[in-house]
Write a protein that binds this ligand. Structure first.
Ligand SMILES: C=C(O[C@H]1C=CC=C(C(=O)O)[C@@H]1O)C(=O)O
Length: 443
């Protein structure tokens, strides 16, 4: 643990953390994002829970093989001391995520994003289907109620709607992976698969774009909500104005409420058609394609195996087609009851990385990614989400995402490679996976 609650100068509450909350009328999360100070985090699930945090009441940061346990114990020490009033919906959560690799170092473009980093915000807005709450965490009762009162007043003056902004435009884009380099990487993976070392590996690419104007990431995420209402949305700006990681992932890593665990296999893709008929035709082709079937089944099998030591009654649901604005995927829901797992981070640790973003067997897959990919994945394809004092929480997989500075965004997208994968088809599919974020940047 290289930093725990209490040592982010002037920002964390070490002594007597107190959380006080109020139910609110309608409030624009975007307007709050504009006026707040300090770190800025947003997280939203397609089933309706929306969280926005400003400032830091406590930060938990860790690196290395024990990063998940270290974060969990530092957070438990903070939550044990936190005195909170109000309904359960308004409770403080720790929001953040992990890097794809446990030994990740936060070098550009990942400045501010260590191997594991979560924060409990000073100011948290929570919207559920039962209402909206404002929660303020201060050092002692007085500080918490003062902060709450100050924010109630600020919110009264804010607009309840905020324009979702204009696209910044793309001046130039740089594709560090050439088509021939991609072909070589896929062929390297295919050779390992043919040798029998490897069954599947997910190889990714980056796309670096220079913007015509400074990016408003909160507005970009809001536009993604409209186009991808069935997806998660997140924004993580740990240093207030430094780098911001954001995206609209379709993939749930895990949701844990009480002892119910829900996860899914999402792997295997085809394009959208020009018409409902063509959509159906493509979806049918995907359902019947042996290579895609294999690519998907590997993920289902691995998730079952990854869950079995920590969960009970693992149950695999029916496979369906998940249709998004720009792409379609095979999806299989998987549920379980908590066995040995008593915290969502236990499940995150057991599942990450699933072969939807890593590969199988895990070790040769990760080794292949490190050997051939040629860039640092940072927080791309890693768990992004929240947990609470009880160990409940939800995590998405940080795909369909990018990391932004003022005038530049680095986008990430990957594809599963199995025997018979064709480098050109995989290249084309990766371009589809850049689209959600790229479409919100290009004019
Ligand atoms: C790794 C990504 O997508 C995963 C999720 C759905 C379908 C996938 C595929 O068809 O390869 C990938 O496993 C990405 O979007 O960067």
């Amino acid at each position: 643990m290289n930093r725990s609650s209490g040592d982010v100068a002037g920002e964390t509450i070490a002594a007597d953390p107190v959380g006080r909350s109020r139910e609110l009328g309608d409030v624009s999360f975007g307007a709050v994002a504009d006026v707040g100070e300090g770190a800025h985090v947003q997280w939203a699930a397609p089933d309706g829970l929306e969280l926005l945090g400003r400032g830091v009441a406590a930060a938990f940061t860790a690196a290395g093989g024990n990063r998940i346990e270290d974060v969990r114990s530092a957070a438990a020490a903070f939550f044990d001391r936190l005195d909170h009033d109000g309904p359960p919906e308004s409770r403080s959560r720790a929001l953040g995520g992990l890097a794809f690799h446990a030994d990740h170092g936060p070098t550009p473009p990942w400045t501010g994003f260590p191997a594991a980093s979560f924060l409990v915000p000073r100011i948290q807005l929570t919207r559920t289907d039962r209402g909206t709450w404002l929660t303020a965490v201060g050092d002692g009762e007085r500080a918490a109620t003062d902060l709450l009162a100050e924010w109630e007043e600020r919110l009264e003056r804010l607009a309840t709607m905020r324009p979702s902004g204009t696209k910044p435009g793309v001046e130039r884009s740089r594709r560090p992976t050439s088509r021939s380099a991609w072909r070589e990487r896929v062929e390297h993976a295919l050779a390992r698969i043919a040798d029998g070392d490897l069954e599947k590996v997910v190889l990714a690419q980056t796309l670096a774009v220079e913007l015509g104007e400074g990016i408003d990431v909160a507005a970009t995420v809001e536009r993604l909500r409209r186009k991808y209402p069935g997806c998660y949305r997140f924004l993580i700006d740990p240093d207030a104005g430094g780098r911001t990681f954001f995206g609209a992932p379709p993939e749930r890593l895990v949701s844990m409420r009480g002892d119910r665990i829900e996860t899914e296999a999402l792997a295997g893709s085809v394009a959208r058609g020009e018409s409902p008929e063509e959509d159906e035709e493509l979806a049918d082709r995907m359902r019947e394609d042996e290579k895609l079937e294999r690519e998907h089944e590997v993920v289902v099998r691995a998730i079952q195996a990854q869950l079995s030591p920590i969960a009970a009654d693992v149950s695999v649901g029916e496979r369906t087609v998940r249709r998004l604005a720009t792409i379609q995927h095979l999806r299989t829901p998987i549920t379980a009851r908590a066995g040995a797992a008593d915290h969502v981070l236990d499940v995150v640790g057991a599942l990450h990385p699933t072969p939807a973003v890593g590969g199988l067997p895990p070790d040769p897959a990760i080794e292949t990614i490190r050997a051939v990919e040629g860039f640092d994945r940072g927080w791309y394809a890693a768990p992004i989400g929240w947990f609470d004092a009880e160990g409940d929480g939800e995590f998405a997989v940080g795909i369909r995402s990018g990391v932004a500075s003022e005038r530049e965004v680095t986008l990430f997208a990957g594809n599963g490679i199995v025997a018979d994968s064709d480098p050109d088809e995989e290249w084309a599919e990766i371009q589809l996976k850049f689209r959600p974020v790229l479409d919100e940047l290009e004019r």
